[in-house]
Design a protein around this ligand. Sequence first.
Ligand code: ADP
Ligand code: MG
Ligand code: ZN
Length: 480
Amino acid sequence: MPEYEPIVGMECHAELLTDSKMFCGCRNAFGGEPNTRCCPVCMGMPGALPVMNRKAVEHVIRTALALNCTINPHAKFDRKNYFYPDLPKGYQISQYDVPIGVGGWLDIEVNGFAKRIHIRRVHLEEDTGKLFHSPAGVRESFVDLNRSGVPLMEIVTEFPPDIRSADEAREYLVKLRAILTYIEVCDGKMEEGSLRCEPNVSVRFRGTDAFGTKTEIKNLNSFRSVQRGVEFECARQAELLEHGERVLQETRGWSEAKQATFSQRSKEEEQEYRYFPDPDLVPLHISEEWIDGVRAELPELPDARRARFETEYGLSPYDAALLTDTRDLSSYFEEAVKACGDAKFVSNWMMGDLTRLLNGAGKAIEQSPVKPAYLATMINRIVDGTISGKIAKSLLEEMFATGEQPDAIIETRGWKTIRDSGAIMSIVERVISENPTIVAEIREQGFTQKKGFLVGQVMKATQGKADPREVNRLIDEKIK
Ligand code: ADP
Ligand code: MG
Ligand code: ZN
């Protein structure tokens, strides 16, 4: 319903890449035998005392700087109290009124239009454990505390919200994920839950100023579901308002199977959490020197890299955007270009055949069996005429399947281009004598597309290895 305007605020949680948990020495890694990576501190035993993880604090400072935030020189930790079986202490250590970073922004682009999305805060907290519920009918649930106490960063967009469509919500998340992975504070794996996002959605009649009641969507674990979830929720709310009904303030889950949101629970009020400063933790003093040190080490961020790819390698804005989507993708590209010198070739092969193979195998670029140096060598072999572009396609597939290097495969498979005119000529002669009707037609009508058939026959007879320019030349010569 175009007369209703979507309004979206994003709350994103990122598990931080640290060796140990936020307030204890337990290992921080995805998975593991349940309840093997926990101790009295992260199991919430009475009397156990938390100790801050410096690396986690630094990751949040780095993120806040990358998002153009101001750093609070004196941040503090607070207890957010609520009762749930995945939270053994009965409270989550979080940051309430003085988060580490405030007042930042990131830029997105949707349909060619640039837009700045303002960020209200970046704060540090701890993750909860995980619950596993038995199938319906079995009154049994399980708790795994391996995730309990894992450092978690929350990033919340500003109010009033800048995001005004599902596309923008998705783009915001794409850009945020790129930044977090570039600065190496989070692995960005939405499917493993290390990057989670809860859009807050409301709609209002276009032209009016007041914001409508919002709902918060949970359990979205891909870009696609974020987009779909926001679209669905806007449509649902517009429908309600259109029929004179009210939107209830609530938390809604996302059903991947039904592609629909459903009511989970009514939204708790802030006061129900009884926030208060955590008396077990000292206030966090962040010195100017510390901030400057982190700032000095910030790597090149996605927008800067994208702009550089356009100027340095002459890539189109579209290609540059795709190739800087993740840090790994952009490093792969640069490594391959350094080794073969042809940016356009590398970009085409990466975005075409290599992406197709990776998608088919469900692999990310960093897991590619075809190393950047191999792709570069393959391109060099096309350029120096050792193999044809067509053979290169098979070569890439073979490298992908075996992880072997290209020269070895070309050698064992006998994939070198045949440029020996004598060898090609004998095949040309055979093909011509086998196709007298076509040859006669070509002689009468001149060189029509019929010649393509003959070229094809010769290529087929050589398994695509004959140098096509030589084949064309010899066919012309023979027919004339
Ligand atoms: P809560 O306490 O319910 O989580 P917050 O005030 O922290 O809500 O806001 C969460 C996010 O929702 C922020 O990004 C904020 O800008 C956004 N937001 C607030 N009100 C609305 C609204 N009416 N419609 C859409 N988003 C909203
Ligand atoms: Mg919220
Ligand atoms: Zn622990």
